[in-house]
Design a binder for this molecule. Sequence first.
Ligand SMILES: CC(C)(COP(=O)(O)OP(=O)(O)OC[C@H]1O[C@@H](n2cnc3c(N)ncnc32)[C@H](O)[C@@H]1OP(=O)(O)O)[C@@H](O)C(=O)NCCC(=O)NCCS
Length: 167
Amino acid sequence: MDASHIIYAQERPADSAAIEHMNNISFGAARFTRAAFLIRERCAHDLELSLVAWDGDKIVGSVRQTRIVIGQVNALLLGPLVVDVCYKNIGIGRELMCRALMQAQAGGHGLVLLVGDRSYYERFGFKPHTLPLILPAPADPQRILICELKLGTAQRATGRVRPMNSA
Ligand SMILES: CC(C)(COP(=O)(O)OP(=O)(O)OC[C@H]1O[C@@H](n2cnc3c(N)ncnc32)[C@H](O)[C@@H]1OP(=O)(O)O)[C@@H](O)C(=O)NCCC(=O)NCCS
């Protein structure tokens, strides 16, 4: 299978059940205790910055982005990124990532944070963050990755990571 027929679109509220199903299969119940989930559960992700991949009438991939604040710096939290197990390794994850980052940049966002595998995400410009962050649950520092979209943003991004519009 190749991915030439896959269509990418902005996520809609109606897509939520299919996305949750994929996330459940790929991440299981353990996802509910993870630092990134604990931030996301307090703030809806931004549909304008979240994308789905369609094969005909079936959703086969998803990436979400949530507006957060790191200390005093506005940023985005990227994830979950998930691709249907039957559609892996044909470039859907890459396409979702590239489109999500392009939209973040076009929207004037300066920094994207995620918790994930460095070996996958470094190809998109992510690297471990060197400044201390306070997350709502422990996370391996090697998995706390940032992609700086506006020069100078990363060096100010330290402190508590919280959803935007929270105290
Ligand atoms: C990780 C994931 C999103 C990648 O999507 P995908 O569409 O299969 O990936 P792509 O086709 O864009 O890229 C495939 C490449 O990524 C590599 N890759 C996939 N998962 C990887 C991982 N966890 N770490 C390192 N490399 C990985 C593949 O080996 C392949 O490498 P190659 O290009 O050298 O052959 C998908 O495998 C998935 O949904 N995994 C389960 C959920 C998950 O781990 N999400 C990421 C954490 S939020």
